[in-house]
Design a protein around this ligand. Structure first.
Ligand code: SAM
Length: 223
């Protein structure tokens, strides 16, 4: 931990208190600092992408790495009215694998991660290997999310601020194509939402929205 990263963390906490309020922020900070050790993994902090290792034409549209909140993830999972044991979860931009490992506590049939940055992909493999939870149903692909053909049984799609609107559009076209080939109920968990219009224009139905103070934490859409 460097001096600069501590200052960066303090700024994030102050910003979060301004938007979410003190109690939700303190709860999230506590989870952030205790849960990596609970799971036996290393996923804390932010990390710019190692652009040199990206061959994808979508690398410009990709966002930096940050693991999703342990605290908030559960709030979204608890709202999914699905049979988890028959469901397939996909994390678009899976980083160091934190969301995949949290998902493994929900008894999904399969859990898939897509990560195009090689350094992050390799770190996620290490985390999957070292975690204390059963991660045997997790599979991570080193690939561009926009080029990924969505499996016909995938029904829970997770996004935590992975890329820009252009890449999001390409991914949602793939969702629509998969849905056309195999009609089914698909739920999209879209956290820290920025490009809601992409979803609204397609007529996806909002089934849940979570707010903490002024902050919209995320939306669950039914496709
Ligand atoms: C904010 S992080 C989310 C990490 C992870 N979902 C989690 O919460 O633990 C966004 C991730 O998306 C990845 N990413 C960005 N664009 C991508 C693309 N086109 N294909 C695959 N991964 C991408 C980034 O490298 C980064 O690891």
């Amino acid at each position: 931990m460097t001096f600069n990263s501590v200052i960066e963390d303090i700024k994030i906490v102050i910003k979060s208190i301004g938007k979410r309020g003190l109690l939700p922020t303190l709860t999230m900070v506590w989870h952030e600092y205790s849960f990596d050790s609970k799971y036996g993994i290393r996923t804390k902090g932010r990390q710019a992408q190692n652009k040199g290792k990206l061959e994808s034409t979508n690398s410009k549209g990709g966002k930096e790495y940050q693991g999703y909140s342990y605290f908030l993830f559960r709030k979204f999972m608890n709202r999914l009215a699905i049979d988890f044991s028959q469901s397939v979860f996909v994390d678009f931009g899976s980083g160091k694998g934190r969301v995949l490992i949290m998902a493994s506590e929900y008894n999904f049939k399969r859990i898939i991660g897509l990560e195009y940055a090689e350094d992050l992909f390799l770190e996620s493999q290490i985390n999957i290997g070292s975690t204390k939870v059963n991660a045997s149903n997790i599979h991570i692909e080193h690939e561009d999310a926009a080029a990924y053909s969505i499996p016909e049984d995938a029904n829970v799609l997770f996004f935590f601020n992975p890329f820009d609107e252009k890449v999001m559009e390409s991914v949602l076209k793939n969702v629509d194509a998969s849905m056309e080939r195999t009609p089914r109920k698909i739920y999209i968990v879209y956290t820290s939402p920025t490009f809601e219009t992409c979803f609204d224009e397609r007529g996806y139905e909002k089934v849940f929205e979570l707010h903490n103070g002024a902050k919209n934490e995320g939306i669950i859409y039914r496709v």
